[in-house]
Design a protein around this ligand. Sequence first.
Ligand SMILES: Cc1ncc(COP(=O)(O)O)c(C=O)c1O
Length: 393
Amino acid sequence: MQAGQNGESSANSLNAWSADLEAELRALEAKGLKRHLRVASPGIDFASNDYLALNASGRLLELLTQRVQGLHEQVGSTGSRLVRGHHHLFEQVEDQFARFAGQESALLFHSGYAANVGSLQALMGQRDLVFCDRLCHASLLDGVRLSGARRHYFAHNDLNDLENLLQRHQSKRGRRWIVSEALFSMDGDSPDLPALCGLADRHGALVCLDEAHSIGVLGPGGAGLAVQHGLANQIALHVFPCGKAPGLQGAFVAGRAAVREILIQRARSFVFSTAQPPFLAALLGDVLEEMRTGAMQAAREHLNRLSSYLTERLAGAGFEVGGAYSVIVPIIVGEEARALALAERLQNEGLDVRPIRPPTVPAGTSRLRISLHANHRTQDLDRLINLLRGQSV
Ligand SMILES: Cc1ncc(COP(=O)(O)O)c(C=O)c1O
């Protein structure tokens, strides 16, 4: 029976539809592809993106407590920014963020997903051509798709491939954009940003860069890859989700002053959504200050040492780890079943390591994604290495 046929009662339609959904779920389960929500496993956290350990150390809770003590009655924003939800704290933290990122302006969105979908849809046009790294995050790809721009994908971090595409595809009436990430979440590697910006310059293209995994981790004060290379002023659309090292929620889109103003007019995920509680924006400002402290600089140096230690020992033991030396160390094991089994064995030993499988990564490259945190010790890495050595990968 087909749902929605003429003459059917709504109860029948509903039953038929939910039977279809259940059949789909059974098929996913049968193929081992059904995802399950699980609360955090106990043990050492190698899975979350709390790179600076701002959550695990309790520092974020201290900052939150101080902020909450300053609250008077109203907690939620009670409206969208364009109606009654605006507050001076938003503008204050946006100015602070723009200075941090070396840009003229910034606008705060609810999440990285909302920032990418909203800003790319608003700023790219149907006549534009967009050249995306093949491994860009779903939110960037969704934003480009919604904009209606024509898309071309270049091989991951392969600037020769990008240059070939730029030479082959001119845009007579629109603009050309290059979209990439500063630190790729599943591979832990970065593009050669000076070379990428050089290419953009030679071909008159605009650059959109997502710094979700580099904020807090790369660059002076944790300001990211573009600031590290002194290239912030060459990034037209600069997105900084704050759910990873900053440990919170929300994302800043930074760029020229006009970018912020246009997004306020056109970005649907900004316009048609209730603003965050203002104290959360202020808390983000506190975290930005925290990231500039000596303690956080020391945390970044510790993370670099941990990354070299783990990468070199795993590579020495014959594991395929890539050579990126960042806070994300992928251990590529190939088949999904292998990644699942290995992760389960590590979890049983008290290490929270998660398997990453298609469609998040290409088929045949299932992996364990090791996320390093400032509160990890070398002994924690030794346990991981020894357990992995004892397994046949
Ligand atoms: C590169 C990248 N961009 C954007 C996002 C989305 O950010 P958020 O989790 O804040 O929605 C993520 C998070 O998974 C990401 O890895």
